[in-house]
Design a protein around this ligand. Sequence first.
Ligand SMILES: Cc1cc2nc3c(=O)[nH]c(=O)nc-3n(C[C@H](O)[C@H](O)[C@H](O)COP(=O)(O)O)c2cc1C
Length: 112
Amino acid sequence: MRAYVITTTDAEGYPVGVTASSFNSVSLEPTLVLWSIDKGANSHETFENAEYFAVNVLASDQVSTSNNFTSRGQYKFANAQYSPGLGNTPIFDHYAAQFECKTWAVYEGGDH
Ligand SMILES: Cc1cc2nc3c(=O)[nH]c(=O)nc-3n(C[C@H](O)[C@H](O)[C@H](O)COP(=O)(O)O)c2cc1C
């Protein structure tokens, strides 16, 4: 199964990230993607308000990175190597593919 870590920056400028399997394509023109954040996640509000976010598609040797970003807490980035992307969003230095995104719309759907 392909793993994705969605990243952004919170209001204080700290990096935020979650492993998500819900990433998917929506449209070619305009180019749109989607993913779903659990309303119960600590980072829910941050992602809901984020102007920019990134989708880091992990490579097969990044299982530990995927596991790190399923945890709930502030130290997910302790062992991560990343650089500032659009809107200062942290983008991983190592990845299989990467999308730097600007939020187009936020929709509520059940508990996500
Ligand atoms: C395989 C897998 C896929 C996941 N996909 C999602 C997802 O699509 N959306 C989501 O909100 N959480 C997903 N999670 C759970 C989050 O990774 C986890 O709850 C998150 O890191 C919580 O971070 P936070 O509470 O610090 O924001 C997934 C977990 C695993 C193990």
